[in-house]
Design a protein around this ligand. Structure first.
Ligand SMILES: [Zn+2]
Length: 134
């Protein structure tokens, strides 16, 4: 009667023979069929530093702005190459260094959503998209 036992949390049904196997099993030990990766919807790590949408870390951008802001490093990091070149051209004035220092502090203190919106200057409501999954 062991085949009728209730599926445990760390177990899944084999995609081929339907028997209960371990979730970690890549290949069913009963029929030898390779399993598809389990869906991980809703378990995305949202707090791993880098933003899931832009792939940019506001901590890295902030530190670059504070340490290398005079060279536009944080602008290059965030993909704003034009601004980065502008900072680089005027680095001798030390103005970019001051701006970078302030921008770096802002990056570090603002919310993840506010930082993410810097990559979407249009009015797209990027924070709503993830809630509209069909
Ligand atoms: Zn199987």
């Amino acid at each position: 009667m062991s085949e009728d036992r209730v599926k445990q949390l760390d177990e899944v049904f084999c995609s081929s023979c339907g028997k209960i196997i371990k979730k970690e099993a890549e290949i069913c030990p009963l029929c030898g069929v390779r399993q598809k990766p389990a869906p991980v919807l809703g378990s995305l790590p949202l707090d791993y530093g880098a933003d899931p949408l832009s792939g940019k870390s506001k901590v890295a951008a902030g530190l670059l702005g504070i340490l290398l802001g005079g060279l536009g490093a944080h602008k290059f990091y965030m993909g704003k190459t034009g601004m980065g070149i502008l900072y680089l051209v005027f680095c001798w004035t030390l103005v970019p260094a001051i701006l970078g220092l302030f921008e770096g502090i802002i990056y570090l203190t603002e919310s993840d959503v506010a930082f993410e919106n810097r990559f979407h200057s249009s009015s797209n409501a990027i924070t709503q998209e993830s809630k509209d999954n069909p």
